[in-house]
Design a binder for this molecule. Structure first.
Ligand code: FNR
Length: 189
């Protein structure tokens, strides 16, 4: 199963990047996790939305070709980082590559609230007319990794907290089933 992953932090030692790397490694037998580059995307420019720069076209193609998308993001000022919103804005115009796409969101923070406000905003953004993603419903599926400094190993650059990993295993299983459920089967002659 091909999973495109967006990380909302550009920081080298980002906990959210480490969470994405954990997904890539831990579920490699089930998921082909490709962490996409959002750093190189120019600022969204509506004058270019129908003929976006090559780097944007490649980015959108990677989303279009994926079976599902996992967004791993910190919370900046009670919302999603601008760099992530910028990537989503490109995807919402011209070819709307998120429409019907299964999406799982998650986030990590050294704070107590585990990016909950950012995740709530992200769910709203993902429901907008230009995006219309199929987000794994909440109700036990919220991956909100708080107190990150106690849950990641800075040497391995991976999530190592066992309770959180066990919870993550369960959510990823549910997401795999969700993707299978929402994959449009090719029509056979
Ligand atoms: C933050 N941080 C933060 N944390 C939080 O829980 N709620 C918030 O609203 C914010 N706001 C915020 C704004 C900005 C501009 C920065 C740089 C940081 C702290 C943030 O969670 C922390 O820096 C994380 O470590 C960022 O994630 P990465 O880079 O480790 O993935």
């Amino acid at each position: 199963m091909k999973i495109a992953t967006l990380v909302g932090s550009l920081r080298q030692n980002s906990y959210n990047l480490q969470l994405a790397l954990t997904l890539q490694e831990r579920y490699k037998d089930k998921l082909d996790v490709d962490i996409l580059d959002i750093r190189s995307l120019p600022h969204f420019d509506q004058d270019k939305e129908l003929d976006p720069p090559d780097v944007v076209q490649r980015f959108k193609a990677a989303i279009a070709e994926a079976d599902g998308v996992i967004i791993v993001t910190p919370e900046y000022n009670w919302s999603v980082p601008g760099v992530l919103k910028n990537a989503l804005d490109w995807c919402s115009r011209g070819e709307r590559v998120f429409v019907g796409k299964p999406v799982l969101t998650m986030g990590a923070t050294p704070g107590m609230l585990g990016t909950v406000r950012a995740q709530l905003h992200l769910r709203e953004i993902l429901s907008s007319p230009g995006i219309q993603a199929k987000v794994l419903p909440p109700g036990g599926n919220e991956v909100l990794v708080n107190m990150a400094m106690n849950k990641f190993d800075p040497e391995q650059r991976r999530l190592v907290d066992e309770a959180t990993l066990t919870f993550l295993d369960g959510v990823v299983e549910k997401f795999i089933a969700f993707v299978q459920e929402h994959t449009v089967q090719p029509v056979r002659a």
